[in-house]
Design a protein around this ligand. Sequence first.
Ligand code: ADP
Length: 397
Amino acid sequence: MNVLVINAGSSSLKYQLINMDTQGVMAKGLCERIGIEGSCLKHSPSDKDAVTIEKPMKDHADAISMVIDALVDANHGVISDMKAIDAVGHRVVHGGEYFNKSVIINDDVKKKIDECSALAPLHNPANLIGIEACEKAMPGVPMVAVFDTAFHQTMPAEAYMYALPYEYYEKYKIRKYGFHGTSHYYVANRCAAMMNRPIEDLRIITLHLGNGSSITAVNKGKSVDTSMGFTPLAGVPMGTRSGVIDPAIVTFIMEKEGLSVAEADAMLNKKSGVFGISGVSSDFRDLDAGKQNGDAKCALALDMFKYSVKRYIGYYAAAMGGVDALVFTAGVGENSIAMRERILSNMEFMGITCDSEKNNVRGKEAEISKDGSLVKAFVIPTNEELTIALDTQKLLK
Ligand code: ADP
């Protein structure tokens, strides 16, 4: 079985074609600037050279037909016929309270994804356009929706409710949803496999630290709390997002600076985080370089990030009555040796250790805690696409 995994954004579309027998990626790629001048497709077959095809794509339907053309192309294709695509798995950002697991897409599912657009106005409409473009291009091919929020639907009300007037939960569905669920689910299960223990016996804190970051308490395989909230703005400071702040700061700054709602939203989402503090970059590699060159604000941004992540480790250990394992994943978690070491330092009181030699690893599965450590720490590269493909396969069997 071959599953095409689609991750549609507002002007981009990422894809992977996965052979489920080997779980190998046959080809992957990215359509950029859909609907804008200069659109192009970057297509990377696994055993041939990558190609960039520049051609106007007026909408996502054009993008999907270019992806199919690339996959069946005589030179850089990987399948002979479109019929070799057995199913499509779509990443959908928001499933609201409707979806606690992946589902086969039908009209009712599409209606509910559309209803959740109010909660994810930048993502869900694009995800839906991607689904409809695939339905048109591949009639009869079964499609599955895999939601970023679904894994977190097991959180108890005491964790997901905000202490606001209850009517806002009823009227607007304001509550914590959490994101990156597919990633947290995947790495928590890989962690249990690496420990050779059933996930039902484990309390795991998964640290998805990238440009966007979230941390999840996974108790007995279920998400019981997570750092992102009603939107992906909450939690630790991120590349350009503030993370959690005193909510009164927002109205204070709006008043002082005369900011509109849209401007305040942009300030919190695009001008804050480690970028806002350093004034240099949202990329942790640039901050490392800045710190090395003596830039105090780069060093402060890195310290604030480290401190915030530590806070969540303490917080979630308390939530689960202890912790058996920590997992680092995503761009920073998989690659930043220094940040992992900073986060794990001075945590021996909780049984958390870091072995400098074992921690000298990037982008591959490894245990990084000291031998005999009470709490095990791991690096586990995330694989959201494979998780989407596996869910798709499971639902169609
Ligand atoms: P996204 O949230 O966009 O999916 P990623 O998970 O790909 O982001 O993470 C991207 C981030 O990973 C970059 O901003 C960069 O700061 C960080 N990163 C990648 N490699 C390294 C590295 N070697 N050291 C420190 N940070 C790194």
